[in-house]
Design a protein around this ligand. Structure first.
Ligand code: URA
Length: 245
């Protein structure tokens, strides 16, 4: 973990919210390397510095890497939602670390979300520069012809810029609908739905089945699991990092 602001570090360790942590610092209850620190701009390197609150040593949080199968009907956010809609918080009650989702799925989209307290990995999962492919199964209205598949593969201009899938294929036809597998390495809002609607094939149902080398597999909706060491090695390497267990 690189250097972080002291209040942020205290909040990452679950001591208090960032704002409450600022109050702890201002009131002289926090020591760094045996010295009381009241300066809010101070940064600490958890691998080097010793941080104490009220004389109790604060340890860096354990790294957690979780795969969740988000069901439709849940908001991709932590905490409570206005209007009482369900959120990820309802599915992650038994995880003590403050993990956050690396990316967003729409309320009505289901499938794989990776959650972690590792900010660098989360950033690289999301940023298009690292090119991590995200794979979706999209049930769309209408029968998508081979010519349309070819046009889709060339990409199209959307209201916020050009969009082009890394790959796209028909999995099967289901009556008047088509099941497509679509891969994008970017995460603009509603990208899959907007892209497919542009070709006259609105999405009926959307599920994310993989994030880079991590696959949803048979994880039931609403359930989570820890990523395996093998998945972590592959995921870190896919975004140019080295996994150190
Ligand atoms: N693209 C979408 O349109 N929705 C999602 O939830 C994810 C990608």
């Amino acid at each position: 973990m690189a250097s972080v602001r002291l209040n942020r570090y205290l909040s990452m360790c679950g001591v208090a919210s960032r704002r409450k942590a600022e109050e702890l610092i201002r009131s002289g209850r926090v020591k760094v390397n045996d010295e009381v620190v009241r300066d809010l701009s101070v940064k600490v390197d958890p691998e080097i510095d010793r941080v104490e609150v009220d004389g109790r040593e604060i340890r860096p949080p354990k790294r957690r890497y979780i795969a969740l199968n988000k069901p439709a009907g849940y908001l991709t956010q932590l905490g409570k939602a206005p209007g009482g809609r369900k959120t990820l918080e309802d599915l992650l009650k038994d995880i003590p670390e403050r993990v956050f989702p690396a990316g967003r799925l729409d309320y009505d989209t289901e499938g794989l979300l990776i959650l972690t307290n590792d900010g660098e990995l989360a950033h690289r999962i999301l940023h298009p520069r690292y090119g991590l492919p995200k794979t979706y199964l999209a049930l769309v209205r209408g029968r998508v012809s081979p010519q349309t598949v070819r046009r889709m593969l060339r990409g199209v201009e959307l209201e916020d810029g050009f969009a082009k899938p890394d790959s796209l294929r028909v999995v099967r036809y289901e009556g008047k609908n088509t099941l497509l597998e679509v891969v994008f390495h970017e995460g603009r809002k509603h990208i899959v739905k907007r892209f497919l609607a542009r070709f006259g094939h609105p999405v009926v149902k959307l599920r994310r089945t993989a994030v880079g080398p991590v696959k949803l597999g048979k994880l039931p909706p609403g359930k989570w699991r820890n990523l395996t060491a093998g998945e972590l090695r592959a995921l870190f390497s896919a975004v140019g990092l080295k996994y150190k267990p």
